[in-house]
Every structure is written in C-alpha cells, then in structure tokens.
Design a protein around this ligand. Structure first.
Ligand code: UD1
Ligand code: MG
Length: 477
C-alpha cells in the first residue's frame, strides 16, 4: 500500500470484477480465464492488486462459471463474492456492498484489463486520497477509443459523466478520453448511491459508470479523472482480436526484459515467450522458438529455431537444436539435444548427455555423458553415466496393462536396434549385441546377445539367379 497516503490497512479494499460471461469472445471459457502470455487474464490483475493490499482485502466478484474462476485463483488467498446473475458492473458492486462496507475506500479493478501495473494503481489511489474525491476514474487516450466508455469532463479534472459506447450521442463520438474500468471510490457515498442506478440504457444493465453522474449531481462529491501515463496498460480484452493485441504487447515486454538481461533473441517478434520464463545472460534464442510456462534456461545456452520448451529447466551451456519438443524436462550443463528430439515429462539429462534425432524419452534419467543419438524410445528408465544407447534401441516399458522400468548401469553399450523388455536390469559395463531382444537381466561386464544365429550359404544367391535365368529362357521358347 502507498505509505505516503498514511492509511490504515482496513482503509482500503480492492474489488475485482470477474463475473461476466465475455459474450463477445464467443467462447465456452469464462472471459477472465482466457490467457495472455500463458496465464489467465485474472491472474495478472490479482498479481497487481496483491502488490497494493494483502490478499484478504481483495474481493473477486465471480458469477458466470463461478466455480471454475474460483478454482483457478483460490490458492492466492483472496476473498470471493457471488454475483449469481450478472446485471452489469453496477450490480456487481451492489453484490459486494455487504463485504466491503467496513472499508473507508475501495479500488475497483476489471478482471479483463490485465496489463495494469501496481504502480499505476498506487498513483491513482494516492491522487484520489490527496484530492479527497468521492470517485476517481483512471482514464487514458488510446489510439482507438472505439468500444470504451468515454469521459465527459465538466472542467479540467472534474468529470460530469461516463457515456458507454452504445449510448454515445454523435457529437460525443469524438471524445478521445476513455474509461479504463478502474476506479477509486470513497465507500460511504458509493454505497449510499449504488441502489439508485437504473438500467435505462442500451444494454438494460446497471452500469457502475453511472456513479460518475450520480455522485457529480449530489452535492459535496468530487468526481475526478486521473489519466494513466501509458494507455497500453489499461486496454481491455473483450474480443479475441483484443486478446491477441494484449498477448503481443505482453510478450514483446517479456522479450525486452530478457534482452535487457543479456539474452540474444533473434527476431523476437517470431518467438512465443510466456511471462514467467527466465533466461540467463549470453544465451541465444533463434527465431520461431516457444518458451512456455515456468521454463528456466541457464547462461551460454543455444535454443535453435522451431523448438518448443514447456516447463523445462536447463543448466548452462546446453544446446537445443532445431525442432525439439520438450515438456517438464530437466537438463544439466553441456547437454546437446536434437534436432528433432521429443523429451517428455520426467526426463532428466545429466551433464554432457547427447540426445540425437528422433529420440523420444519419458521419465528417463540419463547419467553424465550418456548418449542416445538416433531413433530410440527410452521410457521409465534410468541410464548410468557414460552408457551408449545404439540407434533404434527401445525400452519396452508397457505390457498392455502396467508400465515397468528398465535400469541400465554405467558404461553400458546397447547395440543398435535392441529391444529391452522391462522390468529388466543391465548392470555396469555390460554389452548388448546389436539386434537383440533382451528379456533377462544382464550381469555386470558380460555380453548378452538375444537374436537368431547368422547362417551364411556361400554361392546360394548366384545359383538362384542362374536357375531363374534358365526358367525364363524356357518360357520364351
Ligand atoms: C466497461 C465499462 C466501460 C469501460 C470498459 C473498460 C461499464 C458499464 N462499462 O465496459 O466504460 O470503458 O469497461 O474496459 O462498466 N462484470 C461483472 N458483472 C457483470 C458484468 C461485468 O463482474 O454483471 C465484469 C466482467 O467480467 C469484466 C468487467 O466487469 O471483467 C467489465 O465488464 P465488461 O462487460 O467487459 O465491460 P465493458 O463493456 O468492457
Ligand atoms: Mg471489458
């Protein structure tokens, strides 16, 4: 909370409006759970709010698919208010009245305005408090004000009314200043007038925006506008096109943050980098890379084009070649992966491991310097330091019912095209002959070969060709 304002904790609550359906998105998913930067809209608003007040003073108004919205954010410890039927933003505040009446002031944030920064909320709050306003509206002048409520000013800072886009008179269409949907209120006058809202408007809803006119008209109340420094922070997400713009803005900011921290990103506009991704200096990210979720990448790494990493942790000096798909994978220093590798959840690669093309791993832990360079499936397995898995080798981990483990010791050599039928253990230093199907444990230092013995019949092929030639000549005659 802004200490300059000298307020007590109980003086301020934040109400976040998140009950709406999001009709314009034409989606089954509630609007505030649509994502930008890999996270739901509401989670950004909550993060900004909880930098201003403690979670117990944050009240989220839920209604449309309330359970789903609640489940998505309840771990933050915030409070919820039910707005069972959604009759507009003013009605949402009517539903919140009982819960917030004990606070001297409330800030109202919109669950669909996700780029708002806590610093801006604090500035709005400080301005509102210092100027002793009854209502202060955070406003902005974006390049295109279409769709937003417009601010009708009486004099310099004093607001006469907010007029919704659908209710604008032709002469009001030119007004460049929009309502961000973010406000500070003194609670007493807000709650005193909140039941006077009327649904006589284009959408037959109770508009919270009408509080500007109601308070302005009742004596002794100041309604002020506080312009945001950066209009991009207060843009709303009402359509998929607007969501795409916000997503792009956020990702550009994430890429800029990483570049400022010493990460080289070629063509950042082609990369999809989620908001929480971390990358250490001197790492190079090539075009068309996706870094998703909580992916964390060390320094001096290279992530080449078309690779997608989701919730992965990479140490320093790791190289991910082109076209790798990696999910929930941990990679230690110096490993080289791909091109065209698929590393699934539970994979852990030790230092200097090499995973080559068309290798799939799942719950596979490979020790230092182990290698699987071509065409393998390694699932539910542990592979010791320095072991080499030949091209085309497969851990047969599934019998149609259960998944079973393959344990491979250190410095084991698995010849190409071998199948290891789990559960099975290949002890340290063992050799598996190429093309083997191994079904029994192999002791340390031994050779196991599980394939038909080779038979060579000298001259057989030449004799066959000769026989065919004679048969063909006979047929022609
Ligand atoms: C609102 C403002 C508009 C402003 C814009 C800024 C009103 C009437 N209009 O319009 O002046 O320019 O935000 O983005 O307030 N909600 C509820 N309960 C409801 C209805 C909505 O909780 O009954 C929630 C929605 O989930 C959303 C927020 O309130 O998070 C705003 O509602 P929305 O329908 O998006 O309003 P806008 O048309 O964008
Ligand atoms: Mg909106």
């Amino acid at each position: 909370m802004n200490t300059e304002a000298g307020m007590q904790e109980s003086d301020l609550a934040i109400v976040i409006l998140a009950a709406g359906k999001g009709t314009r998105l034409k989606s089954r998913r509630p609007k505030v759970l649509h994502e930008i930067g890999g996270k739901p809209l509401l989670s950004y608003v909550l993060a900004a709010a909880s930098r201003v007040v403690a979670p117990k003073h944050i009240y989220v108004v839920v209604g449309h698919q309330a359970e789903r919205v609640r489940d998505a954010v309840k771990s933050t410890g915030v409070q919820f208010i039910e707005q069972a039927e959604q009759h507009g933003t003013g009605h949402a505040i009517q539903c919140a009245a009982q819960a917030v009446k004990g606070y001297e002031n409330i800030l109202v944030l919109s669950g669909d305005v996700p780029l708002i920064q806590s610093g801006t909320i604090e500035k709005l709050w400080a301005f509102h408090h210092k100027r002793e306003a009854s209502m202060t509206i955070l406003t902005a002048e974006p390049p295109d004000p279409t769709g937003y409520g417009r601010i009708v000013r009486a004099s310099s800072n004093v607001v006469q009314a907010i007029v919704e886009e659908k209710d604008l008179r032709p002469d009001q269409r030119k007004i460049p200043e929009i309502n961000s949907g973010i406000y500070a209120f003194r609670t007493a006058p807000l709650l005193e007038h909140i039941n006077s809202l009327s649904p006589k408007n284009a959408q037959s809803e109770l508009y919270l925006t009408d509080m500007a006119r109601l308070l302005e008209q009742s004596s002794g109340h100041k309604v002020l506008a506080f312009p945001a420094d950066n209009a991009a922070e207060v843009l709303g997400a009402n359509t998929l096109a607007e969501l795409a713009v916000l997503d792009q803005t956020l990702r550009a900011a994430t890429a800029e943050r990483l570049m400022a921290e010493g990460v080289t990103i070629f063509r950042p506009d082609t990369c999809v980098i989620d908001a929480e991704v971390e990358v250490a200096p001197d790492t190079v990210i090539e075009p068309f890379v996706q870094l998703l979720g909580k992916t964390k990448i060390g320094g001096d790494c290279l992530v080449r084009s078309y690779s997608v990493l989701e919730n992965c942790t990479l140490g320093d000096e790791v190289q991910v070649m082109q076209h790798c798909v990696m999910v929930e994978t941990v990679v230690h220093r110096g490993a080289i992966i791909g091109p065209f590798a698929r590393l699934r959840q539970g994979t852990e690669l030790g230092e200097n491991v090499h995973i080559g093309n068309f290798v799939e791993t799942k719950k596979a832990v490979l020790g230092k310097g182990a290698k699987a360079n071509h065409l393998s499936y390694l699932g539910d397995t542990e592979i010791g330091d320095g072991s080499n898995i030949g091209a085309g080798s497969i851990t047969c981990n599934y019998d149609g019912v259960n998944k079973m483990r393959t344990i491979i010791g250190k410095r084991v050599f698995v010849g190409s095209d071998s199948t290891l039928v789990a559960p099975i253990t290949i002890e340290d230093g063992a050799y598996i002959g190429a093309g083997s199907c191994i079904t029994k444990d192999v002791p340390a230092g031994s050779l196991a070969v599980g394939r038909a013995r080779q038979v060579t019949k000298e001259g057989w092929a030449d004799a066959r060709r000769e026989r065919q030639k004679q048969t063909n000549n006979g047929a022609k005659r």
